[in-house]
Design a binder for this molecule. Sequence first.
Ligand SMILES: Cc1cc2nc3c(=O)[nH]c(=O)nc-3n(C[C@H](O)[C@H](O)[C@H](O)COP(=O)(O)O)c2cc1C
Length: 373
Amino acid sequence: MADLSVEVAGLRFRNPVLPAAGPPGRTGRALVRCAEGGAGGLVAKTISVTAARPPIPNIAEISHGMVNSELWSELPPERWFEREYPLAKTAGLPLIVSLGYSADDIAELAPRARPFADALELSTHYIGEDAGPMVEAIHAAKAAVDVPVFVKLSPLGREMARAAELAQAAGADGIVAINSFGPVLAIDPTNGRPRLGGPEGVGWLSGPSLRPLALRCVRDVARAVDLPIIGVGGVSHGSDAIEMLMAGASAVGVCTAAMLRGPAIFGKIAAEMGAWLDAHGYGSPNEVRGLALRSASDFWETGTPVVVTDACNGCDLCEPSCPYEAITVVDGLAVIDYEHCERCGLCLTRCHRGAIEWVAPGPGAGTAVTQPA
Ligand SMILES: Cc1cc2nc3c(=O)[nH]c(=O)nc-3n(C[C@H](O)[C@H](O)[C@H](O)COP(=O)(O)O)c2cc1C
């Protein structure tokens, strides 16, 4: 059985699945429930110097994800120091305290959070895309506390690597990537109104639709800096978490899936990770960390899609979705017309039975090669 425990910036988690800052850790009691649900460690909802007053409504489920215009905690910081953090500590797991936003805010909050914090996480969500305020916030945190300081990056187009480099240079001990993406708009078709209240009705996207963006950002950060990464964005299953590790993360954060399915999801994802590692012959999460960084960065498939006749059941998912009309299901079996097949690869991912595979011509079958210049 794989040993799921991981060490991240000196914190030892019993498994790599943590709540991401947000509603799963909105109170001390909620954090205890995350621990009971099997989380490897705890991350509390972001607090700031005042209680947040978010627009109403501020959370909506949409297809393949969620939009929200929640802000930081609606509880004042005193309440966290007096009641919520002490309660969270009774769970006996490492606690990451999330703080926002400016250097002045961090300088005020960090020393008061320190008695409860095994690490700090600094949210950069509302301080703009310029790195200056982030760097100042890191300096303020490092001057105030002796525990590891993580910086949580919001998705920044192509600039993730640069932001991570600046965070590392400023003294950050780890990166959390990514926060939700936006601003985005969801509309209620029954009345034509935005689903979220507040200015313009815009919010932030999270959940499964965020996952490919999160994976790319985590990989960019992992390539750029030598810091541990907590990968966040659309993790709902053990295999999602494994992909995050492959992109370079040491642990994962889960918010939307825990909101929709409850805190038992942490233990479920961890168990699924363990089963995956066992099935694939790995002894620990660290053994898969960064696998996607080692694969060719510029790869080009030489093979051809071929139907595995034993596996094909003629279900007809592939035929209508082939952009080149190159697949026809004949007598319960998919048949590929190679005159028209352009080898785009969609059918391999469309088939849920693994009944279409790349078969490379000649010796070296099945290998991918670097794209010719
Ligand atoms: C309703 C809601 C509230 C959130 N609040 C916070 C927060 O207080 N601090 C923070 O850093 N991120 C916050 N996030 C972002 C999540 O921590 C996470 O980065 C993002 O949702 C992507 O992960 P997911 O797809 O697992 O939800 C929030 C997300 C949601 C959906």
